[in-house]
Design a protein around this ligand. Structure first.
Ligand code: G3P
Length: 214
């Protein structure tokens, strides 16, 4: 499974890159706004660090402006993936941009039907949001699994990004359903690394070592 970091914070990205576990980055307007920095400069800096797929989202809602913004974003770096929300205009923009060879990540997907349409429009990536479905009483990972089944069953050239991942439990479920990619906040990476038995084991080894060499 590929791991993307869901952040626009360059320091977090550098830290995870240095661990050797980073396959890409996803941003969204909320994450970019949190950094209070120039959008395009930030995204360019992220691409320099990651040297892999970096999703940057359009702001427009009409397809003409989505396409214009998407083309501008794609010029920033070969690593840019244009992120487009799932709407009727978003589908049209996806179809045009993917036809031009620009990778598109269709985001804000909440059903397998939306996933199917995004795949057919040529999306390189689709992003079903697990956590936000959980928030309204649905089983988010179940919908992610249904989206993955659409891609696998019909052999679309699209990768599924499990998004809105909030916990280590979500990450275990992502592995169980064999999702292509999970995009996760830095906090979840930190939680994945921790286990009390690892800490206890290290403490025990060190204590035994010190007793033996005394
Ligand atoms: O990748 C999408 C993600 O940023 C949304 O996460 O936790 O705001 O639902 P969340």
């Amino acid at each position: 499974m590929k791991i993307f970091l869901d952040t626009a914070n360059v320091e977090e990205i550098k830290m995870v890159k240095d661990l050797g576990v980073l396959d890409g980055v996803t941003t969204n307007p909320s994450l970019i706004a949190k950094e209070k920095k120039d959008f395009k400069k930030t995204v360019a800096e992220i691409c320099e660090v990651v040297k892999g797929p970096v999703s940057a989202e359009v702001i427009a809602l009409d397809w003409e402006t989505m396409v214009k913004e998407g083309r501008e974003l794609a010029e920033i770096s070969e690593h840019i993936v244009v992120k487009i929300p799932f709407t009727k205009d978003g589908l049209k923009a996806t179809s045009i941009l993917s036809g031009e060879g620009i990778d598109v990540n269709v985001t804000l997907i909440f059903s397998a039907n939306q996933a199917l349409l995004a795949c057919k429009a040529g999306a390189a990536y689709i992003s079903p949001f697990a956590g936000r479905l959980d928030d309204i009483g649905h089983d988010g990972i179940d919908v992610v699994a249904q989206c993955q089944a659409v891609v696998d069953t019909y052999d679309y050239d699209t990768e599924v990004i499990a998004a809105s991942i909030r916990s280590t439990a979500h990450m275990l479920q992502c592995q169980e359903i064999a999702v292509d990619i999970a995009t996760i906040p830095y906090k979840v990476i930190e939680q994945m690394m921790k286990h009390p038995l690892t800490d206890a084991g290290i403490a025990q080894f060190l204590a035994d070592w010190e007793n033996a060499v005394k």
